[in-house]
Ligand binder design. Sequence first.
Ligand SMILES: [Zn+2]
Length: 228
Amino acid sequence: MTKRCYNCGIKMSDLTKVNRTKEHIPAKTFFVGYPIEYKDQRKTVPACRICNEEFAKIDDQLRDVVGILNNGDPNKSELTKKSVKKILTNKKELTDRITINQDSIEVTFDKLILDSLHKKNFKGIYSLIKKSHLSDDFKLDVYSAGNDEKKLSLGAELRSEMEKMGDWEKSGHEDVFKYKMCYFDLKTGTLKPFEESTSDYIFLVAALEYNKEITAMVVAAKPEIQDI
Ligand SMILES: [Zn+2]
């Protein structure tokens, strides 16, 4: 099968060697400070240099959420140090993201950037399963913290449905990144595990969990889904 960039779909064979890269799903930054055995069997997908560099700039933002939310897990102390240092030593970060209240300090994150990282990892998972790239006619959406109630409860419903289904896949250690992907089977009207051989799918959903801290549901649907 033709190898394609997991994100834009360009054929890897059309690129010069220097423009053929691999993208870690999720980014290596999520493994910083974890024991070496947590880094075994991290997953990668083919990526063109342009897509790889596009996300390299923002991957740290999601890592920072993990670092800041850390509730004392020693495996994450290195992540926390990095996140805090980055935010505190960058004046722009500091003014953009930190609000000092009377009795608390709030760190804000840009949900659009975080969502784009969840979508990126969704496409990576798709590429891992299908050995191909997700076609552009799929529209992606993310249900995660910061969404309105309706989306969050739909996300929670999908997630509890998926909990019952098969095993979690992981990249590296499951405490760093685990995921499941399902598709909506139109014949039976139920969710089923998404596999390499699955065909005729117009609705996909994945549950992503990072560092036992952040969970996100990503859905991808073709416009035809509205006609059903
Ligand atoms: Zn690309």
